[in-house]
Ligand binder design. Sequence first.
Ligand code: TXA
Ligand code: MG
Length: 310
Amino acid sequence: MSSDIQRAAEIIRNGGLVAFPTETVYGLGADALNPLAVARIFEAKDRPSFDPLIVHVPGLSEAMKLASAIPEKARRLAAKFWPGPLTLVLPKVPSVPDIVTSGLPSVAIRVPDHPLALEFLWEVACPIAAPSANPFGRVSPTTAQHVRDGLGDRVDLILDGGPCRVGVESTILSFLSDPPVLLRPGGISLEDLQSVIGPVTLDPHAREIPLAPGQLQNHYATQTPLYLGEGSLTGRLGYLGMKMPVDPDSYERIEVLSADGDLREAASHLFAALRRLDAAGLDALVALPVPDEGLGRAINDRLFKASQKP
Ligand code: TXA
Ligand code: MG
């Protein structure tokens, strides 16, 4: 075991913060059973309100210590997709602090599929609450450098596991009702979930993708305003899409997510491409939605959230 992991475990035991790689994005972790340590996560991220956090564990038996019940369908999904980019929302046991769940009676749990994350989780031997390791409202980090850029010395240690393989956050599925409800599309596709457990209820709010540019307003993810779909924008523009734009000369900077049209590859490049565009000092960014299937749903969801709303 590396000395970094030992240091990370020591920091967690002392109530500190460790950023760690997962297959989706880097997480900003603290001991989930220590409310003061969890409070530091919100402080470091400048999060204005206490959103519920995902709790990371190294395996199903550790997850079972946090949930008061695990329905059969949830077990089947865990067996199939853990470790992996799937988060299950389950009724919680009393020992999970309110600051982790924002006072909800449920807890979101996942087992990340990254060797360094798993080594870290086994070594600390406590559940780790972790949101993405970026300042509130910004683009999620997919490299250790992204974490350094965004959080600097607000985090006690960054475990560097290289670039994240999946590149978009986990799929979140709530088992508080049956059929379960998709709360966030992510690294495990809806089709994959349905193939194991049948019907899944879609959150209607996650689906709408407006194509008209909205008014300039405070944006969510990039500093440069981002618009979904090509409109009548002028100025120095950046482009993000699956393929080359039809009119490449209109753009100062172009980010192609996957020349082969591979949605997995596109997802893995998404956040780094958004960061490059944002750093290029452009007037506006144009993003074209990708096919709304497989990992494309997660990509479109993030693009929608990052975009200017009408
Ligand atoms: O891939 C991921 O999920 C990454 C890595 C670090 O694991 N984490 C992540 O965390 O994306 P964050 O904080 O950016 O998103 C957590 C989401 C929030 O949208 C939150 O509302 C939801 O999980 N969530 C957490 N607990 C919940 C609960 N009990 N009920 C419903 N939603 C919950
Ligand atoms: Mg996040």
